[in-house]
Design a protein around this ligand. Structure first.
Ligand code: NAP
Length: 252
């Protein structure tokens, strides 16, 4: 990999597993110094260890980003300890499926608190740093990559509130993209289809069983990390606004 991101700093939320872990490793491979944020310190440590073994630099930040203060501190620690912030990958998310009727309200709250509020807390804290990086940074461009989903484009049965949160991420991203375009802060959206990660494991047992029974073909987290890195490694004059990426056999 070419060291296109040398001298830049990226914060990846939800970097302890799945797409966030793969994205952090990919960005480090392109030369970015990476800050890894999530709640599971042991998993963050393992990811950071792998990045360091491969010659990269990683900062572990144990944080629950549904807490405004912890989210803000994650961003501020990154900028303070690594000297700057050029890239934010807003990846942490939770998908709790099932019929809306009778769903535990706590599941709806968890999705809104993480997928919407957690993302907004990180975005809000990061924006001044990204604007500064686009002005003064080594690449004169900065990136906020927000991870949505195919569910951010199409509503489907059994995912009403997940769909709500991801449609919101898409709308927020497009409005912020327009606001920041002239300042060379690129706000982009990645909308993955089915990907083999721990995302499903947080559901109730009967939901996990029902979804596993469908034998869905899934992509790997690395496939999505490639899309994220593609966006971030484009030259300053190119903004990839949106990538919708599905396994070949996924129809909807
Ligand atoms: N997998 C798919 O099929 C798929 C498809 C479309 C979109 N997506 C989106 O991709 C993103 C990543 O998901 P994934 O598939 O990689 O699932 P995953 O393996 O479950 O990763 C979720 C990440 O979010 C972190 N996280 C959860 N709660 C958090 C909190 N309160 N504070 C900070 N971090 C938190 C988790 O770390 P800790 O538990 O250590 O905090 C974990 O690192 C999500 O936004 C998801 O909606 C996934």
């Amino acid at each position: 990999m070419k060291p296109i991101l040398d001298g830049t700093v990226a914060l990846v939320t939800g970097a302890s597993s799945g797409i966030g872990e793969a994205a952090a490793k990919s960005l480090a491979g392109y030369g970015a110094t990476v800050a890894l944020a999530a709640r599971r310190a042991d998993r963050l440590h393992a990811v950071a260890h792998e990045i360091r073994e491969a010659g990269g630099t990683a900062l572990e930040i144990e944080a629950d980003i549904t807490d405004e203060q912890q989210a803000t501190e994650a961003v501020e620690r990154t900028a303070a300890e690594l000297g700057r912030l050029d890239t934010l990958v807003n990846n942490a998310g939770v998908m709790l499926l099932g019929p809306g009727v009778g769903a535990p309200l706590s599941e709806w709250q968890r999705m809104v608190e993480l997928n919407v509020l957690g993302l907004l807390y990180c975005a809000h804290a990061a924006l001044p740093h990204l604007i500064k990086a686009a002005k003064e940074g080594p690449r004169q461009v900065a990136d906020m990559v927000n991870i949505s989903s195919v569910a951010g484009r199409h509503a489907r049965l059994g995912s009403a509130v997940y769909t709500l949160t991801k449609h919101g991420v898409g709308a927020f991203s497009e409005s912020m993209r327009q606001e920041l375009a002239k300042r060379h802060v690129r706000v982009s959206l990645v909308e993955p289809g089915a990907t083999a990660t721990e995302l499903l494991d947080h559901n109730r047992a009967e939901i996990i069983e029902a979804v596993r029974g469908q034998n869905t073909i899934r992509m790997n987290a690395e496939d999505i990390a490639d899309a994220i890195s593609y966006i971030i490694t484009r030259p300053r004059h190119v903004a990839v606004n949106e990538i919708l990426i599905r396994p070949t056999e996924q129809e909807r």
